[in-house]
Write a protein that binds this ligand. Sequence first.
Ligand code: XMP
Length: 519
Amino acid sequence: MTQHDFCLIIDFGSQVTQLIARRLRESRVYCEIHPFQNVDAAFLKARQPKAVILSGGPGSVPQADSPRAPDYLFEMGVPLFGICYGQQVMMAQLGGCVESGHHAEFGRAYVEPAKEHKADGIFAGLFESGREQVWMSHGDRVTVLAPGFDVIGTSPNAPFAMIADEARRFYAVQFHPEVHHTPNGAQMLGNFLRLAGFKGDWTMGAYREEAIAKIRAQVGSKRVICGLSGGVDSSVAAVLIHEAIGDQLTCVFVDHGLLRQNEAEQVVNMFRDTYNIPLIHADESELFLGALEGMSDPEAKRKTIGKLFIDVFQKYAAQIEGAEFLAQGTLYPDVIESVSFSGGPSVTIKSHHNVGGLPEKMGLKLVEPLRELFKDEVRALGRELGLPDTFIGRHPFPGPGLAIRCPGEITREKLEILRRADAIYLDQIRLHGLYDDIWQAFAAILPMRTVGVMGDGRTYDYALALRAVTSVDGMTADYYPFTHEFLGETSTRIINEVRGINRVFYDCTSKPPGTIELE
Ligand code: XMP
Protein backbone atom coordinates (compact mmCIF):
# COMPACT_ATOMS: atom_id res chain seq x y z
CA MET A 1 0.00 0.00 0.00
CA THR A 2 1.31 3.46 -0.85
CA GLN A 3 2.11 5.62 2.13
CA HIS A 4 1.41 9.26 1.44
CA ASP A 5 3.45 12.14 2.76
CA PHE A 6 1.16 13.73 5.26
CA CYS A 7 0.75 16.90 7.22
CA LEU A 8 -0.20 16.36 10.84
CA ILE A 9 -2.61 18.80 12.44
CA ILE A 10 -2.39 18.78 16.22
CA ASP A 11 -5.80 19.74 17.53
CA PHE A 12 -5.82 21.91 20.63
CA GLY A 13 -9.61 22.12 20.54
CA SER A 14 -10.34 25.01 18.19
CA GLN A 15 -13.86 25.19 16.81
CA VAL A 16 -12.40 25.50 13.32
CA THR A 17 -9.67 22.85 13.26
CA GLN A 18 -11.49 20.94 10.57
CA LEU A 19 -11.23 23.98 8.31
CA ILE A 20 -7.43 23.65 8.44
CA ALA A 21 -7.78 20.12 7.08
CA ARG A 22 -10.11 21.34 4.43
CA ARG A 23 -7.72 24.06 3.26
CA LEU A 24 -4.91 21.49 3.10
CA ARG A 25 -6.95 19.14 1.00
CA GLU A 26 -7.83 21.98 -1.33
CA SER A 27 -4.06 22.28 -1.80
CA ARG A 28 -4.11 18.53 -2.58
CA VAL A 29 -2.15 17.64 0.50
CA TYR A 30 -3.12 14.64 2.57
CA CYS A 31 -3.52 15.48 6.25
CA GLU A 32 -4.78 14.00 9.48
CA ILE A 33 -6.07 15.74 12.59
CA HIS A 34 -5.10 14.21 15.92
CA PRO A 35 -6.07 15.57 19.34
CA PHE A 36 -3.07 16.85 21.28
CA GLN A 37 -3.58 14.16 23.95
CA ASN A 38 -2.74 11.47 21.39
CA VAL A 39 0.39 13.08 19.98
CA ASP A 40 3.53 12.12 21.87
CA ALA A 41 7.12 11.47 20.79
CA ALA A 42 6.35 7.81 20.04
CA PHE A 43 3.46 8.82 17.80
CA LEU A 44 5.64 11.33 15.92
CA LYS A 45 8.45 8.80 15.46
CA ALA A 46 6.04 6.15 14.22
CA ARG A 47 4.05 8.35 11.86
CA GLN A 48 6.81 10.68 10.56
CA PRO A 49 4.70 13.62 9.38
CA LYS A 50 6.33 15.77 6.71
CA ALA A 51 5.06 18.95 8.40
CA VAL A 52 2.96 19.80 11.43
CA ILE A 53 0.33 22.47 12.03
CA LEU A 54 -0.62 23.38 15.60
CA SER A 55 -4.26 24.48 15.77
CA GLY A 56 -5.89 27.16 17.87
CA GLY A 57 -7.73 26.23 21.02
CA PRO A 58 -9.66 27.51 24.02
CA GLY A 59 -6.81 26.96 26.51
CA SER A 60 -4.60 29.67 27.98
CA VAL A 61 -0.86 28.99 27.70
CA PRO A 62 0.11 30.84 30.94
CA GLN A 63 -2.05 28.40 32.91
CA ALA A 64 0.05 25.55 34.26
CA ASP A 65 -2.16 22.66 33.10
CA SER A 66 -2.88 24.00 29.61
CA PRO A 67 -2.19 21.70 26.65
CA ARG A 68 1.31 21.43 25.16
CA ALA A 69 2.98 19.72 22.24
CA PRO A 70 5.61 17.05 22.95
CA ASP A 71 9.09 18.64 23.11
CA TYR A 72 10.24 16.15 20.50
CA LEU A 73 8.09 17.98 17.94
CA PHE A 74 10.53 20.89 17.98
CA GLU A 75 13.57 18.64 17.60
CA MET A 76 12.46 16.41 14.78
CA GLY A 77 13.44 18.87 12.04
CA VAL A 78 10.09 19.15 10.26
CA PRO A 79 8.49 22.48 9.30
CA LEU A 80 5.90 23.79 11.78
CA PHE A 81 3.05 26.24 11.51
CA GLY A 82 1.36 27.50 14.68
CA ILE A 83 -2.06 29.13 14.58
CA CYS A 84 -3.26 31.34 17.47
CA TYR A 85 -3.05 29.04 20.52
CA GLY A 86 -0.59 26.99 18.43
CA GLN A 87 1.59 30.09 18.05
CA GLN A 88 1.51 30.65 21.80
CA VAL A 89 2.39 27.03 22.54
CA MET A 90 5.36 27.29 20.20
CA MET A 91 6.59 30.46 21.88
CA ALA A 92 6.09 29.10 25.39
CA GLN A 93 7.91 25.85 24.63
CA LEU A 94 10.74 27.42 22.62
CA GLY A 95 11.69 30.09 25.16
CA GLY A 96 9.40 33.04 24.42
CA CYS A 97 6.71 34.54 26.61
CA VAL A 98 2.90 34.63 26.47
CA GLU A 99 0.66 36.84 28.59
CA SER A 100 -3.01 36.72 29.47
CA GLY A 101 -5.49 39.52 29.87
CA HIS A 102 -6.04 42.90 28.26
CA HIS A 103 -5.09 41.56 24.87
CA ALA A 104 -8.29 39.95 23.63
CA GLU A 105 -9.03 40.68 20.01
CA PHE A 106 -11.91 39.33 17.95
CA GLY A 107 -12.72 40.04 14.35
CA ARG A 108 -11.25 41.59 11.27
CA ALA A 109 -7.73 43.04 11.24
CA TYR A 110 -5.19 43.98 8.59
CA VAL A 111 -1.67 42.61 8.54
CA GLU A 112 1.24 44.28 6.78
CA PRO A 113 4.64 42.74 6.10
CA ALA A 114 7.14 43.76 8.78
CA LYS A 115 10.24 43.34 6.67
CA GLU A 116 10.91 44.33 3.13
CA HIS A 117 8.16 42.58 1.20
CA LYS A 118 9.48 39.34 -0.23
CA ALA A 119 7.31 37.94 -2.98
CA ASP A 120 8.35 34.33 -2.41
CA GLY A 121 8.41 31.79 0.40
CA ILE A 122 5.61 32.18 2.92
CA PHE A 123 4.64 35.52 1.29
CA ALA A 124 4.24 34.21 -2.28
CA GLY A 125 1.14 35.73 -3.87
CA LEU A 126 0.30 37.70 -0.73
CA PHE A 127 0.30 41.40 0.14
CA GLU A 128 -0.27 42.42 -3.44
CA SER A 129 -2.33 45.38 -2.21
CA GLY A 130 0.17 46.03 0.60
CA ARG A 131 -1.88 44.37 3.34
CA GLU A 132 -3.96 41.26 4.00
CA GLN A 133 -7.30 41.02 5.77
CA VAL A 134 -7.15 38.40 8.55
CA TRP A 135 -9.48 37.12 11.28
CA MET A 136 -8.38 37.43 14.89
CA SER A 137 -9.93 35.50 17.75
CA HIS A 138 -7.72 35.27 20.80
CA GLY A 139 -7.54 36.19 24.48
CA ASP A 140 -3.79 35.88 25.19
CA ARG A 141 -0.84 37.00 23.14
CA VAL A 142 2.88 36.53 22.67
CA THR A 143 4.94 39.27 24.34
CA VAL A 144 8.50 37.97 23.87
CA LEU A 145 9.64 35.97 20.85
CA ALA A 146 11.55 32.74 21.26
CA PRO A 147 15.21 32.81 20.16
CA GLY A 148 15.62 32.49 16.41
CA PHE A 149 12.25 34.05 15.57
CA ASP A 150 11.64 37.33 13.73
CA VAL A 151 8.49 39.32 13.20
CA ILE A 152 7.46 39.07 9.55
CA GLY A 153 3.98 40.65 9.74
CA THR A 154 2.20 43.06 12.08
CA SER A 155 -1.25 44.53 12.57
CA PRO A 156 -2.07 47.68 14.55
CA ASN A 157 -3.02 45.57 17.60
CA ALA A 158 -0.77 42.59 17.03
CA PRO A 159 2.96 43.31 16.85
CA PHE A 160 3.59 39.57 16.48
CA ALA A 161 0.81 38.81 14.00
CA MET A 162 3.20 36.73 11.86
CA ILE A 163 6.52 35.40 13.08
CA ALA A 164 9.08 33.00 11.63
CA ASP A 165 12.32 31.18 12.24
CA GLU A 166 13.09 30.71 8.56
CA ALA A 167 16.18 28.59 9.20
CA ARG A 168 14.12 25.94 10.95
CA ARG A 169 11.02 26.59 8.76
CA PHE A 170 8.96 27.35 11.87
CA TYR A 171 6.10 29.80 11.18
CA ALA A 172 3.37 31.05 13.46
CA VAL A 173 0.48 33.48 13.19
CA GLN A 174 -1.79 35.06 15.72
CA PHE A 175 -4.83 35.09 13.41
CA HIS A 176 -6.75 32.25 11.77
CA PRO A 177 -5.64 31.68 8.16
CA GLU A 178 -8.05 28.72 7.85
CA VAL A 179 -11.30 30.70 8.06
CA HIS A 180 -13.25 32.29 5.28
CA HIS A 181 -12.72 35.77 6.73
CA THR A 182 -8.99 35.54 6.03
CA PRO A 183 -9.50 35.60 2.26
CA ASN A 184 -5.91 34.67 1.35
CA GLY A 185 -5.35 32.33 4.27
CA ALA A 186 -5.45 29.26 2.04
CA GLN A 187 -2.66 30.76 -0.04
CA MET A 188 -0.59 31.28 3.11
CA LEU A 189 -1.09 27.68 4.24
CA GLY A 190 -0.37 26.55 0.67
CA ASN A 191 2.92 28.48 0.74
CA PHE A 192 3.86 26.74 3.97
CA LEU A 193 3.09 23.34 2.46
CA ARG A 194 5.25 24.08 -0.58
CA LEU A 195 8.10 25.19 1.71
CA ALA A 196 7.64 21.90 3.54
CA GLY A 197 8.14 20.06 0.26
CA PHE A 198 4.59 18.86 -0.50
CA LYS A 199 3.94 18.50 -4.20
CA GLY A 200 0.17 18.78 -4.00
CA ASP A 201 -0.43 15.43 -5.67
CA TRP A 202 -3.05 13.98 -3.35
CA THR A 203 -6.10 13.15 -5.47
CA MET A 204 -9.40 11.38 -5.05
CA GLY A 205 -8.07 8.61 -7.29
CA ALA A 206 -5.19 8.08 -4.86
CA TYR A 207 -7.59 8.18 -1.94
CA ARG A 208 -9.77 5.54 -3.56
CA GLU A 209 -6.82 3.18 -4.07
CA GLU A 210 -5.63 3.65 -0.51
CA ALA A 211 -9.09 3.27 0.96
CA ILE A 212 -9.61 0.02 -0.93
CA ALA A 213 -6.28 -1.35 0.29
CA LYS A 214 -7.15 -0.38 3.87
CA ILE A 215 -10.59 -2.02 3.73
CA ARG A 216 -9.04 -5.24 2.40
CA ALA A 217 -6.39 -5.21 5.12
CA GLN A 218 -8.97 -4.59 7.84
CA VAL A 219 -11.65 -7.03 6.72
CA GLY A 220 -9.59 -9.90 5.30
CA SER A 221 -11.97 -12.67 4.27
CA LYS A 222 -14.73 -11.75 6.75
CA ARG A 223 -18.21 -10.53 5.89
CA VAL A 224 -19.44 -6.95 6.19
CA ILE A 225 -22.97 -5.59 6.64
CA CYS A 226 -23.83 -2.10 5.48
CA GLY A 227 -27.05 -0.28 6.30
CA LEU A 228 -28.14 1.62 3.19
CA SER A 229 -30.37 4.63 3.62
CA GLY A 230 -30.34 5.79 0.04
CA GLY A 231 -28.36 8.84 1.12
CA VAL A 232 -25.05 9.84 -0.40
CA ASP A 233 -22.76 8.83 2.49
CA SER A 234 -23.93 5.26 3.02
CA SER A 235 -24.16 4.74 -0.75
CA VAL A 236 -20.60 5.89 -1.41
CA ALA A 237 -19.36 3.76 1.49
CA ALA A 238 -21.20 0.72 0.11
CA VAL A 239 -19.90 1.12 -3.45
CA LEU A 240 -16.34 1.64 -2.21
CA ILE A 241 -16.46 -1.39 0.09
CA HIS A 242 -17.98 -3.50 -2.65
CA GLU A 243 -15.13 -2.52 -4.93
CA ALA A 244 -12.72 -3.63 -2.21
CA ILE A 245 -14.25 -6.93 -1.11
CA GLY A 246 -16.99 -7.76 -3.61
CA ASP A 247 -19.66 -10.13 -2.37
CA GLN A 248 -18.29 -10.29 1.15
CA LEU A 249 -20.49 -7.18 1.51
CA THR A 250 -24.24 -7.40 2.02
CA CYS A 251 -26.33 -4.25 2.22
CA VAL A 252 -29.49 -4.00 4.26
CA PHE A 253 -31.97 -1.37 3.14
CA VAL A 254 -34.65 -0.80 5.75
CA ASP A 255 -37.80 0.51 4.08
CA HIS A 256 -39.86 2.06 6.86
CA GLY A 257 -42.67 3.16 4.59
CA LEU A 258 -41.69 6.78 5.11
CA LEU A 259 -39.70 7.23 1.93
CA ARG A 260 -40.43 9.58 -0.93
CA GLN A 261 -42.11 8.70 -4.21
CA ASN A 262 -40.34 5.80 -5.99
CA GLU A 263 -37.40 6.07 -3.62
CA ALA A 264 -37.30 2.43 -2.55
CA GLU A 265 -37.39 1.23 -6.16
CA GLN A 266 -34.60 3.62 -7.10
CA VAL A 267 -32.34 2.42 -4.29
CA VAL A 268 -33.00 -1.23 -5.04
CA ASN A 269 -32.48 -0.76 -8.79
CA MET A 270 -29.30 1.14 -8.40
CA PHE A 271 -27.59 -1.16 -5.93
CA ARG A 272 -28.91 -4.53 -6.93
CA ASP A 273 -29.17 -4.06 -10.68
CA THR A 274 -26.54 -1.45 -11.55
CA TYR A 275 -23.86 -2.30 -9.02
CA ASN A 276 -24.70 -5.96 -8.41
CA ILE A 277 -24.29 -5.47 -4.68
CA PRO A 278 -26.02 -8.15 -2.59
CA LEU A 279 -28.95 -6.26 -1.08
CA ILE A 280 -31.67 -7.19 1.36
CA HIS A 281 -34.71 -4.98 0.83
CA ALA A 282 -36.36 -5.09 4.24
CA ASP A 283 -39.88 -3.87 3.52
CA GLU A 284 -41.11 -3.25 7.03
CA SER A 285 -43.50 -0.40 6.28
CA GLU A 286 -46.43 -2.19 7.93
CA LEU A 287 -44.46 -2.59 11.14
CA PHE A 288 -43.38 1.06 11.28
CA LEU A 289 -46.69 2.60 10.20
CA GLY A 290 -48.55 0.32 12.61
CA ALA A 291 -46.37 1.40 15.52
CA LEU A 292 -46.81 5.07 14.63
CA GLU A 293 -50.59 4.88 14.43
CA GLY A 294 -52.27 7.44 16.67
CA MET A 295 -48.94 8.93 17.73
CA SER A 296 -48.51 12.68 17.31
CA ASP A 297 -45.75 13.79 19.67
CA PRO A 298 -42.60 14.53 17.60
CA GLU A 299 -40.13 12.99 20.06
CA ALA A 300 -42.29 9.89 20.55
CA LYS A 301 -42.41 9.46 16.76
CA ARG A 302 -38.64 9.87 16.40
CA LYS A 303 -37.88 7.48 19.24
CA THR A 304 -40.29 4.84 17.95
CA ILE A 305 -38.73 4.95 14.50
CA GLY A 306 -35.18 4.91 15.88
CA LYS A 307 -35.83 1.90 18.10
CA LEU A 308 -37.70 -0.09 15.46
CA PHE A 309 -34.98 0.69 12.96
CA ILE A 310 -32.38 -0.89 15.18
CA ASP A 311 -34.56 -3.94 15.89
CA VAL A 312 -35.28 -4.48 12.21
CA PHE A 313 -31.69 -3.95 11.18
CA GLN A 314 -30.56 -6.45 13.77
CA LYS A 315 -33.12 -9.01 12.63
CA TYR A 316 -31.93 -8.88 9.02
CA ALA A 317 -28.27 -8.62 9.92
CA ALA A 318 -28.61 -11.83 11.95
CA GLN A 319 -29.49 -13.62 8.71
CA ILE A 320 -26.12 -12.78 7.24
CA GLU A 321 -23.95 -15.59 8.47
CA GLY A 322 -20.48 -14.93 9.75
CA ALA A 323 -20.66 -11.13 9.55
CA GLU A 324 -18.02 -9.50 11.71
CA PHE A 325 -18.10 -5.91 10.49
CA LEU A 326 -20.64 -3.15 10.23
CA ALA A 327 -19.94 -0.45 7.62
CA GLN A 328 -20.96 3.12 8.31
CA GLY A 329 -20.74 6.31 6.28
CA THR A 330 -19.31 8.33 9.19
CA LEU A 331 -17.78 11.58 7.95
CA TYR A 332 -14.90 13.63 9.24
CA PRO A 333 -17.00 16.32 10.95
CA ASP A 334 -18.69 13.57 13.01
CA VAL A 335 -15.28 12.30 14.09
CA ILE A 336 -14.06 15.74 15.02
CA GLU A 337 -17.13 16.50 17.06
CA SER A 338 -16.62 13.38 19.05
CA VAL A 339 -13.05 14.25 20.08
CA SER A 340 -13.71 17.93 20.63
CA PHE A 341 -11.55 19.31 23.42
CA SER A 342 -14.15 21.82 24.46
CA GLY A 343 -17.18 19.65 23.76
CA GLY A 344 -19.73 19.70 26.52
CA PRO A 345 -23.27 18.53 26.82
CA SER A 346 -25.64 20.44 24.59
CA VAL A 347 -29.40 20.70 24.67
CA THR A 348 -31.31 18.06 22.72
CA ILE A 349 -33.44 19.92 20.21
CA LYS A 350 -34.36 16.77 18.33
CA SER A 351 -33.30 13.16 18.88
CA HIS A 352 -31.49 12.46 15.64
CA HIS A 353 -32.02 9.12 14.12
CA ASN A 354 -28.90 7.06 13.62
CA VAL A 355 -27.61 3.60 14.38
CA GLY A 356 -25.26 4.65 17.18
CA GLY A 357 -24.76 1.89 19.72
CA LEU A 358 -25.58 -0.82 17.20
CA PRO A 359 -22.04 -2.17 16.72
CA GLU A 360 -21.59 -2.87 20.47
CA LYS A 361 -25.05 -4.36 20.73
CA MET A 362 -24.39 -6.71 17.83
CA GLY A 363 -20.76 -7.42 18.66
CA LEU A 364 -19.61 -6.06 15.30
CA LYS A 365 -16.48 -4.11 14.47
CA LEU A 366 -16.81 -0.90 12.48
CA VAL A 367 -15.61 -0.20 8.95
CA GLU A 368 -15.75 3.53 8.29
CA PRO A 369 -14.00 4.27 5.01
CA LEU A 370 -15.19 7.91 4.84
CA ARG A 371 -13.93 8.93 8.27
CA GLU A 372 -11.30 11.21 6.81
CA LEU A 373 -13.53 13.04 4.35
CA PHE A 374 -15.75 16.09 4.30
CA LYS A 375 -19.14 16.00 2.62
CA ASP A 376 -17.97 17.54 -0.63
CA GLU A 377 -15.02 15.14 -0.70
CA VAL A 378 -17.44 12.22 -0.29
CA ARG A 379 -19.28 13.57 -3.31
CA ALA A 380 -16.00 13.76 -5.24
CA LEU A 381 -15.20 10.18 -4.24
CA GLY A 382 -18.69 9.11 -5.34
CA ARG A 383 -18.05 10.66 -8.75
CA GLU A 384 -14.67 8.94 -8.88
CA LEU A 385 -16.52 5.65 -8.24
CA GLY A 386 -18.89 6.40 -11.10
CA LEU A 387 -22.06 7.20 -9.14
CA PRO A 388 -24.28 9.43 -11.29
CA ASP A 389 -24.17 13.19 -10.66
CA THR A 390 -27.93 13.32 -10.17
CA PHE A 391 -27.49 10.93 -7.24
CA ILE A 392 -24.39 12.56 -5.77
CA GLY A 393 -25.97 16.00 -5.70
CA ARG A 394 -29.17 14.90 -3.94
CA HIS A 395 -30.46 16.97 -1.06
CA PRO A 396 -30.09 15.39 2.40
CA PHE A 397 -33.03 13.29 3.57
CA PRO A 398 -33.56 12.63 7.28
CA GLY A 399 -33.53 9.13 8.77
CA PRO A 400 -37.13 9.34 10.09
CA GLY A 401 -38.19 10.31 6.57
CA LEU A 402 -41.64 11.66 5.87
CA ALA A 403 -42.70 11.08 9.49
CA ILE A 404 -41.21 14.43 10.48
CA ARG A 405 -42.77 16.12 7.44
CA CYS A 406 -46.20 15.04 8.55
CA PRO A 407 -46.63 16.94 11.82
CA GLY A 408 -49.15 15.38 14.17
CA GLU A 409 -50.67 12.02 13.42
CA ILE A 410 -49.37 10.02 10.46
CA THR A 411 -51.84 8.25 8.21
CA ARG A 412 -51.30 6.33 5.00
CA GLU A 413 -53.63 8.72 3.22
CA LYS A 414 -51.59 11.75 4.32
CA LEU A 415 -48.33 10.06 3.34
CA GLU A 416 -49.65 9.31 -0.13
CA ILE A 417 -50.81 12.89 -0.64
CA LEU A 418 -47.50 14.19 0.66
CA ARG A 419 -45.47 11.95 -1.68
CA ARG A 420 -47.30 13.21 -4.72
CA ALA A 421 -47.11 16.87 -3.73
CA ASP A 422 -43.42 16.60 -2.81
CA ALA A 423 -42.60 15.03 -6.18
CA ILE A 424 -44.32 17.89 -8.04
CA TYR A 425 -42.53 20.50 -5.91
CA LEU A 426 -39.13 18.94 -6.63
CA ASP A 427 -40.02 18.59 -10.28
CA GLN A 428 -40.77 22.33 -10.39
CA ILE A 429 -37.45 23.11 -8.71
CA ARG A 430 -35.58 21.01 -11.25
CA LEU A 431 -37.51 22.45 -14.20
CA HIS A 432 -36.53 25.93 -13.09
CA GLY A 433 -32.87 24.90 -12.69
CA LEU A 434 -32.83 25.70 -8.96
CA TYR A 435 -32.09 22.29 -7.44
CA ASP A 436 -28.35 22.77 -7.02
CA ASP A 437 -28.75 26.25 -5.49
CA ILE A 438 -30.83 24.83 -2.66
CA TRP A 439 -29.49 22.83 0.30
CA GLN A 440 -32.77 21.07 0.95
CA ALA A 441 -36.32 21.38 -0.36
CA PHE A 442 -39.38 19.39 0.60
CA ALA A 443 -43.11 19.54 1.20
CA ALA A 444 -44.83 18.89 4.53
CA ILE A 445 -48.49 18.09 5.01
CA LEU A 446 -50.03 20.14 7.80
CA PRO A 447 -52.35 18.73 10.46
CA MET A 448 -55.24 20.89 9.37
CA ARG A 449 -57.91 21.05 6.73
CA THR A 450 -59.05 24.25 5.13
CA VAL A 451 -62.07 25.23 3.06
CA GLY A 452 -61.69 25.92 -0.63
CA VAL A 453 -63.73 26.09 -3.78
CA MET A 454 -62.93 24.11 -6.91
CA GLY A 455 -65.20 24.21 -9.92
CA ASP A 456 -68.54 24.89 -8.35
CA GLY A 457 -67.93 22.76 -5.31
CA ARG A 458 -66.73 23.29 -1.79
CA THR A 459 -63.56 21.47 -0.77
CA TYR A 460 -62.33 20.70 2.72
CA ASP A 461 -58.80 19.40 2.26
CA TYR A 462 -55.30 19.40 3.70
CA ALA A 463 -52.96 22.37 3.63
CA LEU A 464 -49.38 21.86 2.45
CA ALA A 465 -46.25 23.72 3.51
CA LEU A 466 -43.33 24.06 1.11
CA ARG A 467 -39.87 24.47 2.57
CA ALA A 468 -36.57 25.27 0.83
CA VAL A 469 -33.42 26.44 2.53
CA THR A 470 -29.86 27.39 1.77
CA SER A 471 -27.23 26.22 4.23
CA VAL A 472 -23.63 25.10 4.44
CA ASP A 473 -23.94 22.36 7.03
CA GLY A 474 -27.58 22.26 8.15
CA MET A 475 -26.69 23.91 11.46
CA THR A 476 -28.00 27.29 10.35
CA ALA A 477 -30.16 27.96 7.33
CA ASP A 478 -31.95 30.67 5.43
CA TYR A 479 -35.19 30.24 3.53
CA TYR A 480 -34.78 30.23 -0.24
CA PRO A 481 -36.09 33.38 -1.98
CA PHE A 482 -38.25 31.88 -4.74
CA THR A 483 -39.95 34.33 -7.06
CA HIS A 484 -43.70 34.86 -6.66
CA GLU A 485 -44.14 33.45 -10.15
CA PHE A 486 -42.44 30.22 -9.13
CA LEU A 487 -44.48 29.92 -5.95
CA GLY A 488 -47.74 30.71 -7.76
CA GLU A 489 -47.07 28.21 -10.54
CA THR A 490 -46.04 25.48 -8.10
CA SER A 491 -49.04 26.02 -5.87
CA THR A 492 -51.38 25.83 -8.86
CA ARG A 493 -49.77 22.63 -10.10
CA ILE A 494 -49.97 20.94 -6.73
CA ILE A 495 -53.60 21.84 -6.12
CA ASN A 496 -54.60 20.82 -9.64
CA GLU A 497 -52.64 17.60 -9.72
CA VAL A 498 -52.96 16.27 -6.18
CA ARG A 499 -56.36 15.40 -4.86
CA GLY A 500 -56.57 16.13 -1.14
CA ILE A 501 -54.76 19.48 -1.04
CA ASN A 502 -56.51 22.79 -1.53
CA ARG A 503 -54.04 25.28 -0.03
CA VAL A 504 -50.27 25.76 -0.21
CA PHE A 505 -48.08 27.84 2.12
CA TYR A 506 -44.43 28.76 1.72
CA ASP A 507 -42.35 28.62 4.91
CA CYS A 508 -40.08 31.67 5.13
CA THR A 509 -38.54 30.93 8.53
CA SER A 510 -34.77 30.71 8.82
CA LYS A 511 -32.86 28.49 11.28
CA PRO A 512 -32.66 29.67 14.00
CA PRO A 513 -35.35 30.38 15.13
CA GLY A 514 -36.95 27.56 13.13
CA THR A 515 -35.42 24.19 12.37
CA ILE A 516 -35.20 22.84 8.85
CA GLU A 517 -37.62 19.97 9.36
CA LEU A 518 -41.03 20.70 10.85
CA GLU A 519 -40.59 18.22 13.70
P1 XMP B 1 -33.15 20.29 11.64
O1 XMP B 1 -34.58 19.98 11.41
O2 XMP B 1 -32.61 19.75 12.94
O3 XMP B 1 -32.35 19.52 10.50
O4 XMP B 1 -32.83 21.74 11.45
C1 XMP B 1 -31.00 19.71 10.16
C2 XMP B 1 -30.61 18.71 9.09
O5 XMP B 1 -30.63 17.39 9.66
C3 XMP B 1 -31.58 16.58 8.97
N1 XMP B 1 -32.21 15.76 10.00
C4 XMP B 1 -31.91 14.48 10.21
N2 XMP B 1 -31.05 13.66 9.57
N3 XMP B 1 -31.66 11.92 11.02
C5 XMP B 1 -30.96 12.37 9.97
O6 XMP B 1 -30.23 11.59 9.36
C6 XMP B 1 -32.54 12.68 11.71
O7 XMP B 1 -33.18 12.23 12.66
C7 XMP B 1 -32.66 14.03 11.27
N4 XMP B 1 -33.44 15.07 11.70
C8 XMP B 1 -33.13 16.13 10.89
C9 XMP B 1 -32.52 17.53 8.27
O8 XMP B 1 -33.14 16.92 7.15
C10 XMP B 1 -31.59 18.66 7.91
O9 XMP B 1 -30.83 18.35 6.76
